[in-house]
Design a protein around this ligand. Sequence first.
Ligand SMILES: [Zn+2]
Length: 287
Amino acid sequence: MSKTEVNVSTQGRIPGGTQREITSILYECFHRFGSLSPYKIDVLLIDTQEAMRLFLRDEKLRMGILNTEQGNDVQSLICTHDIIHNNPRIIVCYELYKEFSKLARFGILRHEAAHMALHGSLEFRIFRIPEECRHTATIKGLDMPTLDTALNYLAAAVMDIEATKFLIKHEYIDCQAQFALELLEPSDKDKETWKGIKLNRPAKFLFLTALLRPILFVQPILDLPRSKKFSAERQIMLNGKIERFVEYLENTEQNKLVQVANIIADSLTEDTHNNVDSTLIHALALA
Ligand SMILES: [Zn+2]
């Protein structure tokens, strides 16, 4: 068995079955990760989206937590990870979590477990903007708060693609593909937002930067050689899903986004901080 200590606490009404499901998925994962597993993690299950939002806001105010996986996208809302009192922690929103299929739910928790193994220390909470990016941003008319927000989005995106690669290495493939298939749905809100910001350069840049996250998250699965482990049909389904996910954008933007995502995925190293730097540099092509 894994030696990782998993401490679960709940807020609101969470069925006992869900608590047991989450704990057993995590134990199995940490067992497979072996020595890469954290010593101890906290898991907090919160019943509704509203309760989760309020909890995170209050805690942030109280403690000044830097939450690198912040954002209003569904991906951040189902499940998020941070570090509290030096302990890595996973927060799950039951209301959103329960809407996913069983295989996708395994995918969600394993994704977070991978973050615990790879990004469970404080050094992954703070990222800096490389000097050359400041320069490029100024030329492109982006101010520093915009660049800071983009850095937050992209750091989360880089950690996501690293998590997917790590999970593939540990033979967790189908659950990640299923999670992606259920996650990648363009929302009406996104389509509306896009219409309104197309002509606003900083807003457009941030919008496209945020879209990079789910796209990068699936990239390592799409790059897998076809094999028994991952069928051609599933790969085609996933590719189709990405196409539909960005189809409301103009062709130029769609192509640029896919191109930038490919460049980012190809230039990744083993070092998260280097990866965030180079990702920001490449992502500035979207501005
Ligand atoms: Zn993640």
